[in-house]
Design a protein around this ligand. Structure first.
Ligand code: ADP
Ligand code: ZN
Ligand code: ZN
Length: 719
């Protein structure tokens, strides 16, 4: 029998395509002669459950994005291509007799010399007699296949083909610590609401034991034989978090992230849907994972920008998770040391409950934070003498040091010292970034690259100089200052290769590298117990920006980076270089903390009627022809005004305001001219009533076909 959520093969022009059945109807306006038969029904049971379909339809209408593309986001690629929802004969790994017979002293040696091999042996030994498929192993180690192959070569591990899935007893070796009062209160408040809808904010400083709160909640959900979905930011998906879960629970854990192959993705999806995976840990798109018995969702680092998809289907995984919790009547936990202003506002309004963990758990002390006023100070490739001296002190007393700068490359610009010429991107309104020392130029907006000019194209001078510093230059400068200390740089350039991140992190954890230089990739969720000093090289870019969210992001980043210091027994220090030591928001943040900062920032937002005190949508347009985007947006504005007039006061100036169109802050990018029109409303309903008919008009608009346009509901980036 046909049911919504089943896949069909349907005729489309001269070919056929895979479709998902959304609804069944007896009536149609389409003339009978034009109706076509479905070519094939692909599923005996729906691949998408009713609640999930409902969520997807809601998301399509809320974000005003075509439902087909929304569903595409939720289905593994193989299912979109018509593959049957099963994975046969996948490889799996198990200990051989020799592997099982390894004695303790040999194992200890392996642990010292090859910790990654030891970790795999340990994992496989938790499931004697069964072969373990890739998703389980992914859960504890990135890029583990070459490591596993070494074990196979040594004869300790054998590869087999598994015909079907098995439930595996995994982990469960550590016990929970005694929760402190604040943690216990948070757990009790949320556990009481299991089985019903509710949004709970766990607002706890870094190291306050939020993860322990999650673990305690997960334990009670698993005890009821239900499943848990844990969403983490893209880069924060660390093996450390997963292995912590793995050590605590005797339950199969699966991981969903962008690094999986299509088969692995389908496999994990099926494990969640069948109920075989007790815990699924994933990034943004995992919010659409089907579950047999979902009991709880947890979103860690809820403030993180990567939860919002910035292209195509521009959804917020956080807001979709809240909707999903509502549809499926279950609680969702939002955790952060630096909650977003939106979420705090919801908590203040009483829509979300809130538990505060104000102190670090265990022995760790909060770091001491100080500002280094660098005005008039001599700087060495971006580093002040005071910061360099502090680095030396901490290294001398045995600590590790983290130097943070949210800008990669060697230098953000190249300047002619004789005439002032600056290397610009030919396709964007942006300066080129120098990288590979002074050798190459790259545009971080369109990716175009070229060899750095040897002499100035305007005056032929050879005095071309790097201006400012990126992580690459910092690394070089620190190498010069500390030639005998191992330095590791972690940014998108050094971690591109699969597995690179892990081996860089390993070199920090085993102590062979003692200075870490990095971008915001370092700010998220990593634990560096031996780091005693965090140096923040440049905070000023976040203080003065056109984007109204810039200070919020700066504050979050600062607190998160500072939280990397002194996680264990060693107390931490944070030094912040700035030219604006007296900036009011920076002062509040440093002296009164993030909560006070957030309060001040929310007051500012209220006065200026910005989100979360108003609801926004951004219509963006771009085209190669420079006139078209503004023309189109002006026309769009007229249409919106007409709709407003036709529907009466509801859409009048008072409830939906139209701001613009204006050229985008970076008007030209990748050779296209860009412009935008902002819609702002004091009530969400008013905005959505306008969006639907308006976008329908734009769909069929002649001008609209000449530009590339898109709508962004609840935009996070205002350009
Ligand atoms: P967060 O997730 O808030 O950063 P974690 O849950 O990772 O904090 O806890 C920070 C550290 O404190 C960890 O090493 C953890 O094992 C320890 N810890 C957390 N809760 C407790 C507790 N109740 N008793 C002892 N140690 C704890
Ligand atoms: Zn010149
Ligand atoms: Zn460019």
């Amino acid at each position: 029998m046909l049911q919504p959520g089943m896949r069909l093969r349907v005729p489309f022009g001269r070919t056929t395509v895979i479709a998902v059945l959304l609804a069944i109807s007896d009536e149609t306006d389409v003339p009978k002669s034009r109706l076509k038969r479905v070519s094939e029904v692909l599923d005996a049971t729906p691949v998408l459950s009713q609640p999930l379909l409902k969520l997807l339809m809601w998301a399509s209408s809320y974000y005003q994005h075509p439902v087909g593309e929304v569903i595409n986001n939720a289905l593994p690629a193989l299912l979109r291509q018509g593959h049957t929802p099963e994975v046969k004969g996948e490889p799996a790994w198990q200990l051989t007799d020799d592997g099982r017979a390894l004695d303790a002293s040999v194992l200890e040696q392996i642990r010292r010399r090859a910790p990654r091999q030891a970790a795999l042996l340990q994992l496989l030994s938790t499931a004697p007699g069964t072969a373990m498929p890739a998703p389980h192993i992914d859960a504890v180690q990135n890029n583990w296949r070459p490591v596993m192959n070494k074990l196979v070569d040594k004869g300790w591990v054998a590869v087999t083909k598994r015909a079907r899935s098995l439930s595996l007893p995994v982990g469960g070796s550590t016990t929970a610590p005694q929760l402190n009062a604040a943690q216990a209160e948070a757990v009790a408040a949320i556990a009481e609401k299991l089985g019903s809808f509710g949004v709970h904010l766990v607002d706890g400083v870094t190291g306050s034991g939020k993860t322990e709160v999650y673990l305690a909640l997960i334990e009670s959900v698993l005890a009821q034989n239900q499943q848990v979905l844990v969403l983490v930011p893209e880069i924060g998906l660390t093996p450390q978090l997963v292995s912590r879960f793995q050590q605590r629970f005797a339950a199969p854990i699966a991981v969903l992230h962008s690094g999986l192959s299509d088969r692995e993705r389908l496999r994990t999806w099926l494990m969640a849907r069948s109920g075989e995976a007790a815990i699924v840990i994933g990034t943004r798109s995992a919010v659409f994972t089907p579950f047999a018995r979902l009991g709880l969702m947890i979103l860690d680092e809820e403030h993180d920008a990567s939860f919002k998809q910035q292209e195509g289907f521009r959804y917020s995984a956080r807001d979709v998770a809240v909707k999903r919790a509502h549809i499926e009547s279950l609680p969702v936990v939002l955790g952060s040391a630096t909650p977003s202003l939106e979420t705090l506002h919801n908590a203040h309004q009483g829509r979300y409950s809130r538990s505060v963990l104000a102190k670090r758990a265990g022995v760790a002390q909060p770091p001491r934070i100080a500002v280094l006023d660098v005005r008039k100070q001599p700087m060495f490739d971006g580093l002040s003498t005071a910061l360099i001296n502090a680095v030396r002190r901490h290294l001398d007393s045995g600590g590790q040091v983290l130097v943070f700068l949210n800008r990669r490359g060697y230098a953000p610009a190249m300047l002619c010292h004789d005439c002032g010429w600056v290397a610009k991107c030919r396709r964007c309104d942006a300066n080129m970034t120098l990288f590979n020392g002074n050798a190459r130029l790259r545009c971080h907006h369109c990716g175009s690259e070229r060899r750095a000019d040897a002499c100035c194209p305007d005056c032929q001078s050879r005095e071309l100089r790097p201006v400012g510093a990126g992580t690459e230059r910092l690394e070089a400068a620190l190498k010069q200052q500390f030639p005998d200390t191992g330095i590791v740089r972690i940014d998108r350039d050094t971690t591109r290769r699969k597995g690179a991140m892990q081996s860089l992190l390993d070199s920090v954890h085993d102590g062979s590298k003692r200075i870490l230089v990095g971008t915001q990739m370092l700010a998220k969720g990593h634990h560096f117990p031996d780091v005693t000093l965090v140096g923040i090289v440049d905070i000023d870019q976040g203080l003065f920006s056109a984007d109204f969210r810039a200070t919020e992001r700066m504050a979050q980043l600062l607190v998160q980076v500072a939280g990397r210091a002194g996680r264990a027994e060693k107390p931490g220090q944070v030094l912040i270089q700035t030219h604006h030591p007296d900036h009011p928001l920076l002062q509040i943040l440093l002296h009164e903390g993030y909560t006070a900062f957030a309060k001040a920032a929310l007051e500012e937002r209220q006065q200026t009627q910005l989100a979360p005190y108003s609801y926004m949508a951004l219509l963006r347009a771009e085209a190669v022809d420079g006139q078209l985007p503004l023309q189109f947006l002006k026309h769009a504005r007229q249409l919106a005004e007409q709709l407003g007039a036709a529907f009466g006061a509801n859409f009048g100036e008072s409830s939906v305001r139209l701001l613009g169109p204006i050229p985008a802050p970076m008007e030209r990018r990748a050779g296209r001219i860009r412009a935008q029109l902002l819609l702002q409303a004091s009530e969400r309903a008013a905005l959505h009533h306008l969006l639907e008919p308006w976008l329908q008009q734009l769909e069929s608009d002649k001008l609209g076909r000449k530009v590339r346009w898109s709508i962004d509901v609840d935009p996070q980036e205002m350009f």
